[in-house]
Write a protein that binds this ligand. Sequence first.
Ligand SMILES: *Cc1c(COP(=O)(O)O)cnc(C)c1O
Length: 392
Amino acid sequence: MRAVGLDEPVFMRRGAGAYIEDVDGGRYVDWVMSWGPLLFGHADPDTIEAVVEAAARGTTFGAPTEAEVELAAEIVDAVPSLEKVRLVSSGTEAAMSAVRLARAFTSRDRILKFSGCYHGHVDALLASAGSGFATLGIPSTPGVPTRVTEHTIVAPYNDVDATAEAVARYGEGLAAIIVEPVAGNMGVVPPEHGFLTALRRLCDGSGALLIFDEVITGFRVGRGGAQELYGVRPDLTLLGKIVGGGLPLAAFGGRADVMDRLAPRGDVYQAGTLSGNPLATAAGLSVLRRLRDENVYRQLERKGARLETGLAGHGRVQRVGAMATLFMTDEPVRNFDDAQRADTDRYGALFRHLLANGVYVAPSQFECVFVSLAHGDEEIDRTIEAVGSYHD
Ligand SMILES: *Cc1c(COP(=O)(O)O)cnc(C)c1O
């Protein structure tokens, strides 16, 4: 909230469909949607029913359940590159485990990430770029030893040359390239034509694994995520947010030969007391089963396009399907440096204006507007009107 010039966050007490209500009774059209998970909106009746039914049977067993196998099957069916999948409880955990697995599989230590991409608060991935093209990472928070991030290489997003140069330099020790196939954590930055294909080629050439972090894009830009949309096949994929239907559940998966290295079949340790938790798998299944209907993604695209058209002229709108960002700049945003040129003071003022007019967007310029199936034309048009009535 400090990023948008407020001292205190708004405390929420309930949500329904596209709306949330704060503790003082203020009602807002919500575009944060818990940072992405709520594809069917708040308090979606089908999800609630599934969770309540599951809870009545017991909330956790520490033993396998049929629902986790059914959810795994649903995920594998949806996401093209997944042959096997492991359920965990957060996107951070998925990223941490996938990095460990990639390092074990390749017997290498180095990881290449892109500045502006976020993969949860995994120590090794909390690295920022130094100065220069592609650099060894420096810790981006206290508490992360330099020794940990010095195995992390940071390159600019959408920059094939810089990435190729980094791979040429560190390729021998490179375990994986990890990327958000559509960046969502610096605001929406789509991959430029050929970027993801180039990453696939660089991995193939160096023996590194390609990890797509589809925690946001999974089930959002299409049922098969960004890998389906752009036709690029990663070795490992991270899923979170929508996959858990609003409960704490995430997943990582990919090539069977890589996943088979995981314990107990393989020798790479991974575990979690509440992994595949019955409440979370019930919520995930309730959501994922409905995504087989193609109409879901037609609707999301139509809603997203309506919002994009309405916001045009109030800044730069960047959108892929049901994720969008209104950047306070007129220039294209291709990477983190570009994103940082946006006028954050102006965004803060817009945020406060929208809040006062019953529209809740992310309290940061570097986040997404998350379109859900609960957002109707009325909510979209109200939002466009509220943005249009802002003048500095
Ligand atoms: C949210 C997010 C994560 C982290 O997920 P958590 O469940 O918050 O740990 C990882 N990667 C991306 C791309 C995300 O947006």
